[in-house]
Design a protein around this ligand. Structure first.
Ligand code: PGA
Length: 257
């Protein structure tokens, strides 16, 4: 089965609700072709409701950058999965390196988040990736294995094709330096192998694996042509209409499935 490629925008702490809505309406004007990749916008919490109201039948999906694993309660500053669903969210980024490194999220809490997202019928975009030091010390596979094994702990095989993995080497995020196509190919292969070790099911082949880390129009073609890359999770270049729409076109025209 040919997978549909995914282009996901991680807007981090940028753009007001109004800016988000006008960005999406301009993207829709630029991309009239129905045969486009799955496009997901992940704005900040404050924009979700308003953007959902304005997406109408654009076919564009809404994602959240985070979630809390409890259904409700005295958890000041947190947002539940039910609240996200009420805003039309379908995808939830879990374990982005900024959450892991700046906000000290660990594999145990990320695993709880993954479960709550899957249990509620939403699609996690589970981020994994090694630091520069890990790669230099040849620890990449070990780090990814730990992130996958602990992150996916208890996730049943029959749910596994309901998730998306994003491989984002920490050293490539926001640095302007992307991983080389060969590094991406090797690492995606390793991730496939690790998933196959964890889940003895054909469904593993259906899991889209995205690449993230300094994706831009200049490198999007060589990266989407890499075997095992099913799309991108994009930070900086997703904030600029021209760059983001170019990347979508490149993915549409060059993804082999
Ligand atoms: P970047 O960010 O595209 O700016 O490197 C990617 C990400 O943080 O997901």
């Amino acid at each position: 089965m040919i997978k549909k490629p995914i282009v996901a925008a991680n807007w981090k702490m940028y753009k007001t609700p109004q800016e988000g809505v006008s960005f999406v309406s301009e993207i829709c004007n630029l991309l009239l072709d129905k045969e486009k990749p799955t496009i997901i916008f992940c704005p900040s919490f404050t924009s979700l409701f308003y953007m959902n109201e304005n997406l109408s039948d654009s076919g564009i999906e809404l994602g959240s950058q985070n979630v809390y694993f409890e259904p409700e309660g005295a958890f000041t500053g947190e947002t539940s999965v039910g609240m996200l669903k009420a805003c039309g969210v379908r995808y939830v980024i879990i374990g982005h390196s900024e959450r892991r490194h700046i906000f000290n999220e660990n594999n145990t809490s990320l695993n709880k988040k993954l479960h709550v997202v899957l249990d509620n019928g939403l699609v996690p975009i589970f981020c994994i990736g090694e630091t520069f030091d890990d790669r230099n010390a040849r620890y990449t596979k070990m780090v990814l294995k730990e992130q996958l094994t602990k992150g996916l702990d208890g996730v049943k095989g029959q749910l596994i094709d309901r998730m998306v993995i994003a491989y984002e080497p920490v050293w490539a995020i926001g640095t302007g330096v992307n991983a080389e196509p060969k590094q991406v190919e090797d690492t995606h292969l390793q991730i496939n192998g690790l998933l196959a070790e964890l889940y003895a099911t054909e469904l593993v082949k259906q899991i889209p694996i995205l690449y993230g880390g300094s994706v831009k129009p200049e490198n999007a073609k060589e990266l989407i042509e890499v075997e095992g890359v099913d799309g991108f999770l994009i930070g900086g270049a997703s904030l600029k209409l021209e760059l983001f729409s170019k990347i979508i076109e490149i993915v549409k025209n060059n993804y082999k499935g």
